[in-house]
Design a protein around this ligand. Structure first.
Ligand SMILES: C[S@@+](CC[C@H](N)C(=O)[O-])C[C@H]1O[C@@H](n2cnc3c(N)ncnc32)[C@H](O)[C@@H]1O
Length: 243
């Protein structure tokens, strides 16, 4: 199944807490607040939400005054967000079906935000050139991403995910973001990475145990986070871009 077909199917399967297939942002979402702290006042700024998916981030930044261009290759995701914004009279979210590699067509932008999108984009150096061209000279970016640093997690992903009872949540083409890709970003931007949490042991509960017994694994993650070298094996990272 192509990546677009896969994500169209995901975005057409709303769950109970969705309205119009759109996910409402949580006001205390730590990822969105980390991005906001990096962006500063977003009022009146043109902000691209790249791979906007179910739209939570777009709605979060729009509620804080940004002019949000919500971009996704899934026309279903874009349609959901268009319908939701039309029904709610939200005028500062502009959902658009577009590919990340054509971002210059919807730019320029002061700010770029993305959650779980960079690791979909190949060839990555070509995308980074496009992103550099799209973000204005003093602009900023923030990306919430997975990470391929832990060889154990990658082995697990390659050999176990999608087999037997172990769920596979992503499409066939994506692969977690590699340190070499962060180096590519460094050629065009000032880059800082951070590990907001250790997501490692909890994956055992989430994937192998069907979500059962989350607490002991959460405790292991919390303890592990205190050890700096272990923290870097986390499956989650923040990527901060400045010009
Ligand atoms: C893992 S989902 C993340 C959605 C949302 N950002 C979130 O965190 O919930 C990835 C999204 O990126 C979109 N996507 C994948 N490749 C893309 C591309 N080349 N250009 C734009 N969007 C893309 C998919 O359609 C999907 O909605």
């Amino acid at each position: 199944m192509s990546s677009v077909a896969f994500w169209n199917r995901v975005h057409s399967q709303g769950t109970a807490h969705w309205e119009y297939g759109v996910e409402l942002p949580k006001d205390d979402d730590p990822v969105l607040h980390a991005a906001l702290a990096h962006f500063g006042d977003v009022t009146g700024k043109r902000l691209i939400d790249l791979g906007c998916g179910s739209g939570a981030a777009s709605l979060f930044f729009a509620a804080r005054g940004a002019e949000v261009i919500a971009v996704d290759t899934s026309d279903q995701a874009v349609l959901n967000l268009q319908r939701y914004c039309a029904a709610g009279g939200i005028e500062n979210v502009h959902p658009m079906t577009a590919d990340a590699f054509r971002l210059t067509d919807v730019g320029p932008a002061d700010l770029a935000y993305g959650s779980m999108i960079l690791h979909h984009l190949e060839p990555f150096p070509k995308f980074v050139d496009v992103l550099r061209e799209t973000i204005v000279p003093n602009g900023r970016g923030f990306f919430y991403e997975n990470s391929s640093v832990s060889r154990l997690l990658i082995w697990f992903r390659t050999h176990l995910v999608g087999r037997w009872w172990i769920p596979k949540n992503g499409d066939d083409e994506e692969f977690p973001l590699a340190p070499q890709e962060i180096d590519v970003l460094r050629k065009q931007f000032a880059v800082r990475t951070a590990y907001p949490e250790l997501l490692f042991f909890r994956l055992i509960s989430m994937y192998l145990l069907r979500g059962k017994y989350p607490k002991p694994f959460a405790t292991l993650d919390r303890w592990g986070y205190r050890i700096p070298w272990l923290r870097k094996l986390s499956y989650r990272q923040y990527v901060y871009l400045s010009s």
